[in-house]
Write a protein that binds this ligand. Structure first.
Ligand code: C5P
Length: 217
């Protein structure tokens, strides 16, 4: 290599946004298109919440939740009970504990070392502040609640009424936006993508165009 040649840093893509904004599907599809690994960071908080519940402890208990976060192993993310209202509530509780966030930070940064797509709430602001591409994916509360309700119906079993799903989602948004450590907010250099009126294909096409523009290719 000549002394004038430079090596681009690994490509990291940070995708943040509230629940059911479409960020997870978008992150997964982008990771396939870009040939990069994908980490759904919400699973980390969900797995920590589950471990605490398994141990018969309270997800709001700072010492118990921090110990669970420090002991988290990649296999814990494969659990099949990480979705649903109980895991939703437990994850939001452990997510407000600074010790939990500190323990999960190293895990996330290690994952992204050689390039990756990460989706969550604080990827562009805290986990990967130097990510080469940052997207903040949003949609209206009504659209997000309707999406989550359809997902629950598709999964089968008892499904709460739409207004209950909407109220729970609004409460979780509120907790995510107002917590003292790493609140949900767009990074200053994030590009907003509102998916309220977009199909998954349209959201992907927009995100690909943004990435091409950001990378100058
Ligand atoms: O994205 P998902 O809904 O699976 O996230 C579950 C919970 O984990 C969120 O409500 C939020 O409280 C927390 N979370 C977080 N930071 C992230 C990802 C998720 O605080 N990067």
């Amino acid at each position: 290599m000549s002394e004038h040649e430079t090596v681009d840093p690994p490509l990291t893509v940070a995708i943040d946004g509230p629940a059911a904004s479409g960020k997870g599907t978008l992150a997964k599809r982008l990771s396939t298109v870009l040939g990069l690994p994908h980490l759904d960071t919400g699973l980390l908080y969900r797995a920590v919440g589950r471990q605490v519940l398994d141990a018969g402890q309270d997800p709001a208990d700072s010492a118990a939740a921090t110990a669970a976060a420090e002991a988290l192993a990649p296999a814990d993310l494969q659990r099949t009970d990480l979705r649903g209202p109980v895991a939703d509530a437990a994850s939001a509780k452990v997510a407000s504990i600074p010790g939990v966030r500190a323990a999960l930070l190293a895990f996330q940064r290690r994952f992204a070392e050689d390039g990756a797509v990460l989706d969550g709430r604080d990827i562009g602001t805290v986990v990967l502040p130097k990510a080469r591409v940052k997207l903040f994916v949003t949609a209206s509360l009504a659209v997000r609640a309707a999406r989550r309700h359809r997902e629950l119906e598709a999964r089968g079993g008892a499904v709460p009424p739409l207004d209950v799903v909407l109220a729970e989602m609004a409460a979780r948004d509120e907790a995510d936006r107002n917590r003292a450590t790493a609140p949900l907010r767009p990074a200053e250099d994030a590009i907003l993508l509102d998916t309220s009126a977009l199909t998954s294909d349209e959201a992907l096409a927009r995100a690909e165009a943004i990435i091409r523009w950001k990378l100058g290719v």
